[in-house]
Design a protein around this ligand. Structure first.
Ligand SMILES: Cc1cc2nc3c(=O)[nH]c(=O)nc-3n(C[C@H](O)[C@H](O)[C@H](O)COP(=O)(O)O)c2cc1C
Length: 172
């Protein structure tokens, strides 16, 4: 698969088979996240990998009952390291760069997950305070994205995208 094939073929997957993910696959996914760009190479991000069924259930409830989260064998909670970014870049680091650091890593993970024949979904709708409580996340970290992943049990059609003309303005 070319990189563009991987990018275009990735879909949000919300149904998973009851099958574990091999350790070497998880390692590849973590490696892809580790090599994402970050502001000043500070890598102001931290990932919690949750396999515990009780915790996955609680996370799904904290995500406004998006129950598919609990059905994934692995749930990654991606956190922005606010203080690490603030040390380098002050308020812009705390409010913006660390979020980009996480987002870049999450996209790398999603593409690698798809390349491996697995599926995942970027979940942004959740109560951050509740998720922090459930996983005992310190206040210096802000959980910003949840990524449930596993073997896909569905094959969704690609949702439409804006045309190139809508999405881009070329300024000569
Ligand atoms: C910032 C962000 C937040 C999202 N939050 C959710 C979510 O809470 N629940 C969900 O099911 N999908 C969520 N999604 C997935 C989008 O619905 C999905 O990416 C979009 O519909 C396009 O479909 P595709 O990923 O298959 O291309 C989110 C995606 C992004 C980038």
């Amino acid at each position: 698969m070319s990189l563009l094939d991987v990018i275009k073929g990735r879909r949000s997957i919300r149904r998973f088979k009851k099958r574990d993910i091999p350790r070497e696959y998880l390692e590849k996914i973590m490696e892809a996240a580790r090599w994402a760009p970050s502001a000043g190479n500070l890598q102001s991000r931290k990932f919690l990998i949750v396999k515990n069924p009780q915790l996955k259930n609680e996370i799904a409830n904290a995500a406004y009952r998006q129950s598919f989260i609990a059905e994934a064998p692995v749930v990654i909670v991606a956190c922005a390291d606010l203080e690490r970014s603030a040390l380098g870049y002050g308020e812009r680091g705390r409010n913006l760069y660390c979020l980009f650091d996480v987002a870049a890593a999450v996209e790398n993970m999603l593409l690698t997950i798809h390349e491996l024949g697995l599926g995942a979904c970027w979940v942004g709708a959740f109560d951050e305070r509740l998720v922090s409580e459930i996983l005992d996340i310190p206040s210096t970290l802000r959980p910003v994205t949840i990524v449930p992943l596993g073997y896909p049990a569905e094959k969704p059609s690609p949702p439409p995208r804006m045309s190139l003309e809508e999405a881009f303005n070329i300024i000569d």
